[in-house]
Write a protein that binds this ligand. Structure first.
Ligand SMILES: *[C@@H]1O[C@H](CO)[C@@H](O)[C@H](O)[C@H]1NC(C)=O
Ligand SMILES: *[C@@H]1O[C@H](CO)[C@@H](O)[C@H](O)[C@H]1NC(C)=O
Ligand SMILES: *[C@@H]1O[C@H](CO)[C@@H](O)[C@H](O)[C@H]1NC(C)=O
Ligand SMILES: *[C@@H]1O[C@H](CO)[C@@H](O)[C@H](O)[C@H]1NC(C)=O
Ligand SMILES: *[C@@H]1O[C@H](CO)[C@@H](O)[C@H](O)[C@H]1NC(C)=O
Length: 432
């Protein structure tokens, strides 16, 4: 019996209340039974976030009954109502807004059945009233808390509280777009029930703890947009349930661990804008559930043909821009029938452009600019017309488009016309 509260509930509750008073005269109202300590803890915790003007007992005398508070959910445990969810911040029109000067009151941690705690756009005054997450007390919520989310709270500063490591029931830990700094604590690896670990858009630094590899239930792992450094621990191959793996925009380096090939259900691997090197691991082709592989802007190096790309037949996005790739573009890429985006720009690719690339049925963007491809662009005029500027072939000094394109607007941007004399010596006899 969960009471997700809305304004219409309030209206309805007031109506029922009036009806009750009308029927039963001055008899005592049916207040949802709640321990005094629970009720007072709720009022005080909320007051800490929204300001002292907020008088809970006057405004909401029956918070789990006929005067519900937006963002508060309750549940019945052995005949008494307890708070199970507390959502602070402007989520709905009539949500609890946050004060400029706010505090985590100790009473927050007395809500012993609290499963969900989230803060959205609440701690915003990073200059005047920065605040850090309390380091103690979280242990008190260890028996109940399943979801802890802080989204868009730039005024939240300081370290990642190591005491989050006590919250063993946690399934979702989200700390996104805050001002948190420092190293990631090792004991987060103890939270083996985690399905979602999102720490994106903070200023965390230092290495990714090896212990994170123990989170075998994890589905979403997103540490993007921090300043994490060092190599990827090979233990991350233990994240066998993983669907989304996003470490983009950090300062990570070293080789891509071949253990990534253990992640059989992975659909997204985004490592763009880091300092990874050491070539592409052939084992990458075993993660055949991958739909998005984004490795752009890393000095990875190696040759493009070292992988049998057609094995990654679920790929929708393949972005290998600016990764120092050498060699030719294999024709087998044209077997990736679901591919929509192919980014190979700013590499050292050479050789001819396989005409079959233009037979990719879903492709809407194809970037090959900034390489050293040679010869004729032998794509149909229909394909060139459809793609427009989303076909990037400029900055390939030895690439040209053939004579005879009917519409000038179909000429690939930044590519010169082939000279009549350019003879492409084909030794293979063509059988068609
Ligand atoms: C809150 O309201 C109650 C009931 O109206 C009142 O007794 C109490 O003094 C108020 N508290 C504050 C701090 O104003
Ligand atoms: C991978 O996904 C399948 C289908 O959704 C599921 O049955 C399987 O348990 C998943 N594997 C792991 C290791 O989570
Ligand atoms: C990138 O990694 C290399 C070692 O592979 C190191 O020499 C270089 O300083 C790193 N660059 C940055 C910007 O961290
Ligand atoms: C590009 O390739 C041509 C031969 O195909 C070679 O002569 C030239 O040096 C290469 N340019 C660069 C910048 O690698
Ligand atoms: C271009 O493609 C057409 C058909 O796909 C083929 O007949 C022709 O020989 C190709 N030309 C070059 C120069 O590769």
């Amino acid at each position: 019996m969960k009471s997700i509260t809305t304004i219409s509930n309030v209206t309805f509750a007031v109506f029922v209340f009036c009806l009750a008073v009308w029927c039963c005269g001055e008899e005592e109202m049916d207040v949802a039974p709640m321990e005094k300590t629970e009720k007072e803890a709720l009022y005080s915790a909320i007051q800490g976030f929204v300001g002292n003007w907020w008088n809970g007992s006057a405004l909401y005398p029956d918070p789990c009954g006929w005067t519900p508070i937006q963002g508060v959910s309750c549940d019945l445990f052995e005949g008494f109502w307890y708070v199970t969810a507390l959502i602070i911040g402007p989520v709905h029109d009539n949500s609890l807004g946050c004060a400029t000067k706010l505090e985590f009151r100790p009473e927050l941690f007395e809500l012993k059945h609290l499963k969900t705690l989230s803060f959205f756009n609440c701690f915003v005054s990073s200059h005047r009233y920065p605040i850090s997450i309390p380091s103690n007390n979280w242990k008190k919520l260890a028996g109940s808390l399943e979801s802890l989310e802080f989204r868009s709270n730039p005024g939240l500063i300081g370290q990642f509280p190591a005491s989050f490591g006590f919250l063993l029931k946690l399934q979702s830990l989200v700390l996104i777009e805050s001002g948190l700094t420092g190293k990631l604590p090792t004991n987060i690896g103890n939270l083996i029930n985690l399905k979602r670990l999102v720490l994106a858009g903070n200023r965390f630094n230092g290495p990714i703890p090896c212990s994170f590899g123990g989170l075998s239930q994890l589905l979403i792992f997103d540490l993007s947009r921090n300043t994490l450094s060092g190599p990827l621990p090979s233990s991350l191959g233990g994240l066998t349930s993983l669907l989304k793996f996003d470490l983009s925009n950090n300062q990570l380096e070293g080789m891509l661990p071949s253990e990534i090939s253990n992640l059989k259900n992975l659909t997204l691997l985004d490592l763009r804008n880091n300092n990874f090197s050491g070539g592409l691991s052939k084992l990458l082709e075993e993660t055949c559930s991958l739909e998005e592989l984004v490795l752009s802007n890393n000095p990875i190096g190696g040759v493009f043909t070292c992988l049998e790309w057609h094995k990654l037949h679920n790929l929708v996005v393949l972005d290998l821009s600016n990764v120092g790739l050498k060699g030719e573009i294999p024709e087998s890429i044209s077997k990736l029938k679901r591919l929509r985006f192919l980014g190979l720009s700013d590499n050292h690719l050479t050789g001819k452009l396989p005409a079959k690339l233009s037979t990719l049925p879903c492709v809407t963007a194809l970037y090959l600019n900034g390489n050293n491809l040679t010869g004729e662009i032998n794509f149909s005029e229909g394909f060139l017309g459809k793609m427009g500027r989303r076909f990037g072939a400029w900055n390939n000094p030895n690439l040209c488009y053939p004579v005879g394109l009917k519409s000038p607007s179909h000429v690939p941007y930044g590519v010169k016309l082939c000279q009549k004399e350019v003879t492409v010596h084909e030794s293979n006899p063509r059988t068609k």
